[in-house]
Design a binder for this molecule. Structure first.
Ligand code: PLP
Length: 287
């Protein structure tokens, strides 16, 4: 498969992405002992860059990985965007605990491996954002620190594959008690009795940066909002549902499993927030 154009950096060494390599003894490769971020680039600018680098710092701290020069890393990523003349792109950043003999405990005196790539991004969701999409519910089989953006994503991968095989855009995960948490790579919101609801932040979910912005935009546009979890049993009483995420943006859900949401088209609150989100990006790009 031909990759979109991309430039990678492995510990500062730049190359086309397809030529970049990492040693087999890298702990990210062997143990998933690594954290990551994905940042959207609009018109050559990093969207919500400060928030993403802060979350990366939080993940590193929670994983007890040594801190790195985050401002230096941000400048390197910006430089790659500029030198590569990227406009619509994503920046993927991954920091692992380094390369060392395979032993579970932390290696001594081992510097982290700092890897990133900037890759052209052709937005795949334009049509689904306009018409809405279907999702599948799947059991949440992940660990208890989903607030750390770890590269251990097997449970997310399995749930997402089930969604794809069911013709769905995403899987929404649920706990054994039926509580819905989030998507495999998105946060989600629902509207019940005119109130916007989303899972409260806790170790059960990733603290989505788009989620946080949508909460702010709801307040700005005077949409009543409550950080409160929905359950699978609540779904028949939900009038609107949507996903949020860095590349997903605000994407309406019109079907969950066999259940139609609302009248099967994107609802008015979702539409208002999609518009507010677009306006916020436009405002950012104007300055
Ligand atoms: C599990 C999970 N939840 C939510 C999100 C959305 O987060 P953000 O809005 O920061 O992209 C992601 C993004 O990758 C994710 O992996």
């Amino acid at each position: 498969m031909k990759l979109p154009r991309a430039i990678a950096s492995v510990n500062g060494k730049k190359s086309p992405l397809e030529d970049a390599t990492i040693p087999i003894l890298d702990r990210g490769f062997l143990f998933g002992d690594a954290v990551y971020e994905v940042i959207r680039v609009y018109q050559g600018r990093l969207w919500r860059g400060g928030e993403h680098f802060q979350r990366l710092r939080n993940s590193l701290q929670a994983a007890r990985t040594s801190d790195i020069d985050m401002d230096g890393l941000a400048n390197q990523v910006l430089d790659t965007i500029r030198v590569g003349a990227f406009t619509e792109a994503i920046a993927y950043i991954q920091i692992t605990r380094g390369t060392a003999p395979r032993k579970h405990a932390f290696p001594q005196d081992t510097p982290p491996n700092v890897v990133y790539f900037v890759q052209e991004f052709a937005d795949p969701y334009v049509e689904q954002r306009a018409r809405g999409a279907a999702v599948l519910t799947q059991p949440d089989l992940r660990w208890q620190r989903c607030d750390i953006k770890s590269t251990n994503l097997l449970a997310n991968v399995l749930a997402m594959q089930a969604a794809v095989e069911a013709g769905c855009i995403e899987a929404i995960l649920y706990r054994p008690d039926g509580t819905l948490t989030e998507g495999t790579h998105t946060s989600f919101f629902g509207v019940r009795d005119g109130v916007l609801l989303t899972t409260p932040t806790s170790p059960a979910i990733s603290p989505g940066i788009t989620r946080q912005l949508v909460l702010q935009l709801s307040e700005r546009t005077r949409i009543p909002v409550c950080e409160h979890s929905l359950t699978r049993d609540d779904l028949p009483r939900v009038s609107e549902l949507f996903l949020t995420g860095t590349t997903t943006e605000v994407l309406p859900i019109v079907r969950v499993d066999d259940l139609r949401i609302g009248d099967g088209t994107p609802g008015p609150i979702t539409r208002r927030l999609q518009q507010a989100y677009r306006d916020d990006i436009r405002e950012f790009l104007a300055h």
